[in-house]
Structures are given as C-alpha cells and as structure tokens.
Design a protein around this ligand. Structure first.
Ligand SMILES: C[S@@+](CC[C@H](N)C(=O)[O-])C[C@H]1O[C@@H](n2cnc3c(N)ncnc32)[C@H](O)[C@@H]1O
Length: 267
C-alpha cells in the first residue's frame, strides 16, 4: 500500500513479482490501486490494472491473476465434440467462427477438420501473444480477429458454425451475443457454446439450459426473433480426480455430465 501511495513503481513491481496480492485490502478496506489513484500515480494504477488482467499459461492451463482457471485441458473431449458439431453439416466447406481462444483446444480440433474458413475472435493481449507465438496468426485458412467480440462482431459473418466460450462474462453478455446469431449464421447454420451454466448443480444446469433454449427459439414481438432450435446431448464427464484441480483456486466443474448444445438456425 505504501509503495502504491508513494508512486514507487519499482517497489510495486518487486512486491507483485514476489507474490503480494494486488487485490489485498488493508484495515481501512482500501487496496493498492485506490491508494495509487488517490495520489494521482497513473503509472502505478496502470501497472496494477495490467497485473490484475494478467492471463498466464501454466502446466497446460490458462489461469488469471487470482489463480482462477480460465481454461483447463480436462475440457478437451468436450471441445472435440463442439468442433465436430460446428463442422458436421458442411465438412471442409464450412466457415467456422470461434469466440475465445483460451488454450486453443477447440481451435486445434477445428483445424484438424480443415474447414474452408476458420475465424477466431480473442480479446486478451497475453492470449493474442501466445497465439502469435504458436503461429495461429499465419495459419492458412485461419483469421485471428483481435478485440472484444462486442467491438468486432458486426463486421463478421456469415458462418456455418459458431462457438462461444468467453470467460469472466455474464449471462447478459451471452444474451447480447445471441442477438447477433440470426445475422451471423447462414441458413441451417449451427451454434454451440460452452455449457457452464450453473455448473454446481445438475438440475439448475438443466433448467438454465432450457431458459437459453427458449431464448434462442423466441420470436420477438414485431420482429423475426432468433429462431434457433436447440438440442442437448449428455456427455459423461468425470472431474472428481483431485489432481485435475491441483493449484487451481476454485474447482469450477462438479457435474457428472456435460450437456452439449447444438442450436440450429432454421433454414
Ligand atoms: C475459457 S477460454 C476459451 C477456451 C477455448 N474454448 C479452448 O478450447 O481453449 C475464454 C477465452 O475468451 C476470451 N475472452 C473473454 N472475453 C472476451 C470477449 N469479450 N471477446 C473476445 N474474447 C474474450 C478470454 O481472453 C479467453 O481467452
């Protein structure tokens, strides 16, 4: 706190690197960022913001600044199934969009299916740097669109398959994304999303799945509505082995099944 209040960027950097939590509160309930901004130390504020937004690749996982898992390799079988769904109808002629690269697991599976066009939207600078280092920005048939989907989606489409898996966003963001689907998808095109809806309780997960199904089907008064038909298929999923979650702050999946969504825009 003292280093932030004094605008001592060097000490702040050393403390963060040594493991000092950027979000720690003192007895007055204030964090380092508040001290830095209250004292007008813009450089330290930026430094703390950058640290808080960090994404780190560690042991095959993508982890945020608080040690929360953004993406983990146990999801690979799910991602393979999502990739299959996106390309099932059109095969190599498919034009596919993936929103959220993470570990690039689904993009690896999509690439194996060699669709005609593979577009990836990703916002996080650390993830974009990782993608560039692994050659994703120069792969034939692949376009990487940097930026938040909210800022770039209007210029994209149409696609035969669309996948949505962002981290740290809310139900309203997903709903906002869904509103783009009738324009983004070609007739008969397929949408799928990471179904992490209420991941602690199977019944709530299924109820929320039905809510999304209704939202995607809904015909809005005075308009065309979304007009997607959704089906869920249960995939067994066992993540009870404690070693999967080693080093992860919160286990974010507890269910024995994963309900894979296939949402088809009526042709
Ligand atoms: C859970 S990971 C995606 C994992 C991916 N499905 C895979 O197979 O590895 C979520 C990704 O979405 C990105 N993201 C979050 N919000 C975003 C937004 N608004 N626009 C674009 N990308 C976003 C994150 O930076 C992160 O890379």
């Amino acid at each position: 706190m003292a280093a932030a209040a004094a605008g001592d960027a060097e000490s702040v950097a050393a403390l963060l690197s040594a493991g000092a939590p950027w979000h720690e509160l003192d007895e007055d309930g204030c964090c380092a960022g508040e001290y830095a901004s209250g004292s007008g130390h813009v450089e330290v504020v930026r430094q703390l913001l950058d640290w808080a937004e960090r994404a780190t690749y560690r042991d095959g996982q993508l982890v945020d600044a608080e040690g929360e898992a953004v993406m983990m390799t146990w999801e690979a079988p799910l991602m393979r199934e999502h990739a299959r769904i996106l390309c099932a109808a059109k095969g190599r002629a498919a034009r596919v969009l993936n929103v959220g690269f993470g570990l690039g697991i689904i993009d690896g599976y999509i690439a194996e299916l060699a669709p005609a066009r593979h577009t990836i939207v990703e916002a996080h600078p650390d993830v974009l740097a990782h993608m560039a280092a692994r050659g994703w920005t120069h792969r034939p048939g692949v376009s990487v669109v940097p930026g938040r989907w909210q800022d770039v989606i209007a210029d994209l489409g149409p696609f035969d398959g669309v996948f949505f898996d962002t981290y740290g966003e809310y139900a309203e963001d997903m709903r906002e994304f869904h509103a783009h689907l009738p324009r983004l998808l070609s007739p008969g095109g397929v949408y799928s999303f990471f179904n992490g809806l209420c991941p602690d309780n199977i019944f709530f997960n299924m109820v929320q799945g039905e809510v999304v199904k209704l939202e995607l089907a809904r015909r809005v008064q005075g308009g065309e509505g979304l007009g997607l038909e959704t089906q869920y298929r249960a995939m067994p999923m066992d993540t009870s082995d404690g070693s999967i979650w080693k080093g992860i702050r919160n286990r974010y999946w507890h269910l024995p099944v994963y309900m894979v969504p296939t949402c088809t825009l009526k042709a």
